[in-house]
Structure formats: structure tokens, C-alpha cells
Design a protein around this ligand. Sequence first.
Ligand code: ATP
Length: 758
Amino acid sequence: STKQTSSKMDKIVNQVSVGVMTSGGDSPGMNSAIRAVVRETLRRNYRCYLIREGYAGLISGKIDEANWSSVANITHIGGSFIGTSRCDEFRTYDGRKKAAKQMYERQMFNLVVIGGDGSLTGAQKLKEDWMKIGEELFAEGNIKLDVANKGRELRLVGIVGSIDNDCIETDKSIGSDSALHRICESIDGLVMTAQSHQRIFVIEVMGRHCGYLALTSGIAVEADFVFYPEMSLEENWADKLCQQLETVRKLGKRHNIIIIGEGCKNAKGEKFDAKLVKSEIENRMTAEVRTVSLGHLQRGGTPTFLDRLLGLRMGYNAVKELLRVDKDGKPFTGSQNNASVICLRGHTIKQQSLDKVLRKVEQANDEIKHGNVEKATKLRGTGFLDKTEFVAVVSNPLKTEMSSKSKVFAVIHVGLPVAGMNAITFAFTRMANQQNIEIVGIQGAWDGLKNNGVIPLTWKSVEGWAQEGGSLLGAKRQLPSELDQIAQGLNDHNIDGLLIVGGFTAFVSALIMHKNRSEYSSFNIPIVVVPATVSNNCPGTCASIGADTALNEICRQVDNIRQSAIGSKNKVMIIETMGKRSGYLASMVALATGSDYAITYQNVMDKDQVSQLAKKVKTKLEAGKIDKYLIIKSEDTIENVSSASMKSIFEQEFGEKFSVRITNLGYSQFGGHPTCFDRQMGIRMGIRAFEALFNPKKMGKRDCCVIGLRGSRLKYVPVCGLEKKVCMNHFLPLKMWWIETHSLIERLTWKPEDMEEK
Ligand code: ATP
């Protein structure tokens, strides 16, 4: 039966050509998607075409056949290397007919379109017109019967590439994370000058119909106010805004950041921009107000780790979806051969009907146009709705004077200090301020409780914490020992609830306290763990705070090392990352940087296997098939083989011919200031942690939980249940979602041996 299937497959091989194009506004990460589409298509032995300059190129025939090296060294570059455009001609039937003719000429009946909702609407229209166009082209003698028959079906898959992230059904679109990265970086810079001069900055960000960029960046930069298109603006908005600004100034804040999404309108449907906000403030306050429009800067620059990975996974899955075959070996897309779109839900890639997704987006845009902002917000889903709430927590100075405190909650950082720990603490404290709960910070992990290292945290004292890397409380990789002293410390400070921020150590700390509750009454308080570790090995969650910052930093350094090696030949570079037994960092970085190989504990090698790898690389270098080889290696992975001994195995194999270099990235991997993802996810988790301590019923029966990101949602996962789902020897969860993506590293980097370059 294998033979039968392969003969069926052979038949398809000769028929199938896949075209890939980008359209509409460019977005960082598109190149990763193009690379994955091209390489996965070629790996399956099909033909792949690069359609240049969007629909304009499809109409005019600017279409080139791709080979393996057409997409080499492009993952780290922003924009779209094949060009993109906005093309009015494609909006017309005649324009689409011209495009279809080009496709028939090449027998290219599989298409991947990467773009925003406009581009995908165009693709859907082409799909709808396809049959009619085919019949017309045949009747007019433009195509022959056999070609008309072959092209009866247009198979179409869309990938959402748009910085606006306005496409309902996918948690993220390619480019939105990079745009946020650039927005936060720019605003961080403005905060410094604003503080020096005590200025108010009103900053305009992109997002024609959708407030995603405005809201998310607003949370991450601790903005004082965010205007976004889905918001209903009260008549007295300017008075309220100025009251709020005056209040925070009285609390000691020296600057204010106000963010406004470009698509904002007032209740009368009139355009509402930064200049208007500035003049309304100036009419009411004596303050220096400046406006800044970040404009196209937001689209520019290197793609972030998340966008590279998203592009790669979406591109790979688009080809998988496009070239799916049924049990008879016939190609199809979905049961009715509908066009589909590749979406992300949590960490899972899913495909949805393109038509359905587009109808939802159109509905949301219509609701905004007609001023039905609540309906539009609802359509965008709970994640979006949550952001509107989080923005208020970040900026709202609700309680200026505390009445007598009802409870005291403590926060402690355990494990290595990672970016985002402060953001969690910031949000936790600001939430408490609104509920009249006192927050204390325990300095220097568990030792702080024993050595009187407990300090009050207030609305003002945590200002600016979301932007700061490391741990401002002081963190240590330390488990609770001398439990009687710890119990005494909790008693002394009347602690009624505990937030533990950290990685696997934080989880085990909570477990120890949970297990010793019968012996120490002060452990009988609600406990919440917020996962924060670069290794992403905390159980109960798909994502940990701090890992995204580390991944971006490592990608940046790997890009630099790669660039420094341009022009030099015959080199093997081994770059060592953190992570101990968790290969998360190494695997993810190898994927996002297009490195040749990743060595982790999960794909452990012995000396013989390293030697085999060295032989394989030597053969390729000698044949001139490659000029360098880049290995990302997780520390502490290979049994009895350190990076140094790995180097010497390679050197033994190479002799004098080729050189081997090791770079250990060390502590620089922690990455300084947290990324937008780590800030806003940290804030989100900090808020949910507070809510759980404030109302432990939210955690269900168990009041000792990890806050885990499961799919797109945060869940409270009981610590005692997780004990069975981890390997205590290696500090690892038994299941890790990312392991299945590891195979893509070689799949998309290494050209199959027998593939000829055309
Ligand atoms: P971005 O999110 O960056 O704005 P987009 O894909 O939404 O990207 P648009 O300018 O809306 O950008 O659309 C890009 C192109 O897609 C248009 O120039 C046009 O060629 C095509 N297109 C858009 N809408 C339609 C439509 N209704 N019918 C046919 N083609 C369309």
C-alpha cells in the first residue's frame, strides 16, 4: 500500500505548483513565513513560485520560480523580501481575471496569500470568481482544455500578516509583536525625556479599526490613558482625563504618557487625534504637552522572536493544509474545498474557514463604523476585553488615601531574576491599591523572611517597575528550608496571602508549603505561583514570564554572530544557551534564527553521535555545499560531552581544514528590559494572582495554585495535582508543547540530499 500511495503522490508531484505572495502593508515576520512555504513545498518535491509586489505582480506576471537558496538568510530581515503593494486593479473582476490568466499559464493552482484582512478578502474574491474566470479564459481561447481541467479548483490558504492584529480568530497576526516591540522601545525613550522635563506625551500608534496596539502597548508602558477605536468616549472625557493626570502628579509622578490609536473617533464619528487631545489638556492644565506620531517606524526593523516563530509555523502549516491529500491521494483543502486561514490559538496552530473569519472581521469593522463599540469589543473576544480592564489597573489612581487595611499580601521572587518579575509585582500592587489591601515585598527570596527583609510596596513605589528587568526585590534560587523560621516570618508580618514569582523553584516552594500546612498554621493561606523563568519549565503553563525577553536577546546575539561570520568560510560555530535540562531556549532560537542544528537534553547525543555529526558537516563543507555551520546548544545537555569536548571531537575530525568556535552567551541572555510580551503577560498574571488571593474561591477547592497560560486563557492549576506531572530529578514537566516543533529546525534548514537547484 505504501507503493500505491507513493505512485499516487508521484502523479500529484508533477501537477502541483504553489505560489506565495505578500500583500497590503508589510509586517516583520513575513519573510519567515515565505521561507517556510518555499522550503516545505520544495521538500515535498513540488514547484514553488515567488509572486513579487503583491497582487500587482500577480496581474503583471512578476513571478519567479523559487529554489532552496532563494530564501536563505532572510528570517532576521523585516518587511517582505518579495515586495508587497496595494493594488486597486485587483479589486475589479478584470484585474482578478488577468491574475488568474498568469496562474493558468504557470499551472499554479495553489496559492498562499500573506496579508491583512483586505488582502485576504481579495484572495477570497479570486476564489469565488475562479470557476467563471476559468470558463471565460477557455471560451476565449486563452487556455487549453487540459489546463482548464487541471485548474478547475483553486486551492487557497491565507496567513494573517498585519501589524494591527485585527483579525478575529487568531490570537496573533504576523508582525504585531514586532510592532509592539518598537512602540515600547520608542515610548521607553520618551519616558526618560518626559520625566526630565515633567512633560505629558500624547503618542499616536497604528491600528485603523482595532485598538490592539494601543491597548497592549499602553499596558506595557504603564500609560496614564489609552484612547482606542472600540472605546465609547464620554462627553466630559477631557475633564476626567485631566483630573486623573492631576491626581497622579500629586502622587509624585513626573511625567504622563497618553496613547491614542489612529482609528479613534468621537461620539459624533469625527476624527479624534493627538493634536486634539493636546489642545484639550492645554485648555485645562498648565502643563507642557507634546505629540508624537510613531508612524512607519512601527512597521520597521528586525522581526521579534515571536513573529519569526509564528511566520515559520504558519508558513509550514499553510503548505500542510494546502497539499493535504485524501485517502485516494487526491489533493483537497477542507471538506468542501473551502479556502482556509491559518490561525494561532494559545500555542496551537489551527485552520479556519477564510470566509467565516472575514465575515467576522467585517462585522467588527462595521460595528465600529456605526459606533456600536461594545459589540465590536465583544467580537474581538475575551483577551481583548481583558486588556481594556488591565489598562485601567495600570493607570488608575483610585485610592489616594488608604483606610485601615483589612489584609496583607506578600510577594516573593525565587529562582534566577528574570525580566518581567517586576511587571508582575507592579500589577499585583496596583490591584491591591484599588482594594485597600497592603502589599509587602520579601527581599532576597526566603532568606528575606528570616532576616527581616520585608518592605511595603505602594502605588508610587512600584512606578516604572513594568519596564525594569531583573528583580527589584532581589531573587535567589532557594527553596524554603528551616520552615519554622519561615512560618514565624509570615506570622510576624500578618501575611494573609502569598504570591510566589519564579520558575520550577517557585512551584516546589509552593508544594513544600502546601504539604506542611498541617504542621505550620501560617502556611494555611492562599498561595499563587506566577511562572517566571527563561527555561519555560514551570509545570501547568505553556509560557513563563522572562522567556520571551531571553529569546529575543539570544536571537539578536545569534544574528550578530552570524553577520560577523559573513565572508569568512569553513567555520563551525557552537553557541551555548541557558536552560539546563530544558531545551526550550536552544530549540526556539535555532528555529527563529534558521540555525543548522539544536542540541538539547530532549535530543541528547553521545560522543559517537557528535562524531557522526562532525563527519556529516565535514563532507558538506568539503563539497562546498555550505560554508559554515551553526549549532545552538543548551548548557548541561550531552551526557559526558561538554561544549569544549564537543569542539575537540569536531576538531579531531576536521584537522587544520575547518575551525570551530564556541560562544557562551552567559548572563547576557536575560536581556535587560523586558519585552512587551513579558510586560503585558506579567501584568495580566499579576492581576489574576491578586484576584485569586483576594477571592480564593476563584481557584476552586485548592487555594495553592500555579497561574498557567493554557491555550489563550489563564487558568488556576492546583500545585498538588501538578506534582505527578513533573520529573523532579531534572526539574522538567513531563509534557512540553514545544518539543514537536523541534523537527522543523532541520526540515526547513537542510536541503534534501537529492534536490537539484534549478
Ligand atoms: P494591512 O492590514 O497592512 O492594511 P491589508 O491586506 O488589509 O493589510 P489593504 O490595503 O486593505 O491591506 O488590501 C491590500 C490589497 O488587497 C488591496 O490593495 C487590493 O489589491 C486587495 N483587496 C483588498 N480588498 C479587496 C476587495 N474587497 N476585493 C479585491 N481585492 C481586495
